[in-house]
Design a protein around this ligand. Sequence first.
Ligand SMILES: *[C@@H]1O[C@H](CO)[C@@H](O)[C@H](O)[C@H]1NC(C)=O
Ligand SMILES: *[C@@H]1O[C@H](CO)[C@@H](O)[C@H](O)[C@H]1NC(C)=O
Length: 482
Amino acid sequence: MAAGGCFPAAVLLVLVLSSTATAAAAQQVKSSQVWSLLRLRRLLGHPPVLASWTNNTDPCSGDPSPSLTVVCYGDGVTQLHIAGGDGSLPLSPSFSIDSFFTTLTRLPNLKVLSLSSLGLWGSLPGHKLARLSSLEILNLSSNFLSGPLPGELSSLVELQSLILDHNMFSGEVPTGLGQLSRLAVVSARNNSLSGELPESLANLEGLRVLAFSGNNLSGGLPDLTGLTNLQVLDVGDNHLGPDFPKLGKKVATVVLRNNTFTGGLPADVTSYHLLQKLDISHNRFVGPFLPALLSLPSIRHLDIAGNRFTGLLFSNLSCNDGLEFVDFSFNLLTGSLPACLAGESVSNNVSYLMNCLSDLAQPQHPYSFCRTQALAVGVIPTRPRKGSSRKAAVVASVTAAAMVAAAFLVLLGLFTLRKLSKRNARMKPPRRLVEHASNGYPSKLLSDASEPPTPTESSQFPPKLHGFLMITAIHLLSRPCP
Ligand SMILES: *[C@@H]1O[C@H](CO)[C@@H](O)[C@H](O)[C@H]1NC(C)=O
Ligand SMILES: *[C@@H]1O[C@H](CO)[C@@H](O)[C@H](O)[C@H]1NC(C)=O
């Protein structure tokens, strides 16, 4: 019974002692770091979100909220999260990003720094940022930061998330990011970054999210096959291309919309069992649509609009039950809309405008349009290669020109003979000849009669030269007989 009486007292004593210790520690934090926090507030122009920080309260002891969280541990601030309001304006012209980061370096224990929608403007001072060497999460989204991404980012070796969305950063993505072996999230959507994404990103084995949509990036993507944890690739609204990126098989979201990707989809897309969202709309993809995409086990959102996918759809194709959104619009598909896309759960979010499908609930082109366009697509030259193959192309075009000229002479000879025998018969160019010539892909005619040409065969014949020769031929052929 005695122990029973003592025990609560002992607990109470410990509690009192420890809370005194905590208070003392907080006091220390306060004395060493609160000054810096208050200075940050002043540099930020006293934003409303920091109104709760008064001279007499301890910022560390405030309740965390979505717009303001300060976590202190031991002798320092370890997390600082401040989110200003939507539609924030740039801070006054007297704001100095340099002074701001100087003050931040007085909080060297920061692991999480999230400062969004605060009107920060200017160029990130790399050498000061580098001193925040404990940073694991850096989120500076929705500010007005500009200039290059500093190369010094590569010295933040603990960094796991780098989020710089909705700023005005320009220049190239620094190669050094590839050294940050813990990076899981890299996101710089809606900036003005240019150039190619560095190959070094392919080293980041832990990467889960790679998001650079809405920049001016160009060129191909690094080979990302080795990034077996990559779940989100979002690089829409850039100038990337031409080949569909090489990806690990765990991807869940692939957004390539509004770029210059061309060629066909690689067959292994149909083995991405975790793929939920595929948006490859508004590119220059050609070749057969892969109906297996509709039945991928995780697929929910499929957007291939605004390409030149061809192929015959059947009403009995199967779809994944989870499909929520499908857009096939502005392609060259023929056949019937799969019945599984007409079901109640999904049909409101299915768009197939302007193909050549037999289902006319949404406006379609006539079948002949898709056929003609598909033939044209079939002879689009593969992308030019550098060096020797360019020479080969010149040689091929000279040879081709000679062959066409010879063929033309033979044709002319035949024509004259024919005219002599059938004086009154007027020979008109066949309709298809004209159609193709007007498409600018007249070389197709040469092989139309036999097998369809493979793209490499036809790519040896520059279409413009052919077009010129054939149009000349058509003109000569259709001239009235003297
Ligand atoms: C807080 O302290 C600063 C300087 O230490 C002083 O200028 C300011 O007036 C104080 N504010 C309040 C509300 O006491
Ligand atoms: C970055 O901060 C913004 C604003 O607080 C937030 O909406 C966003 O989710 C954060 N990003 C990440 C990846 O945590």
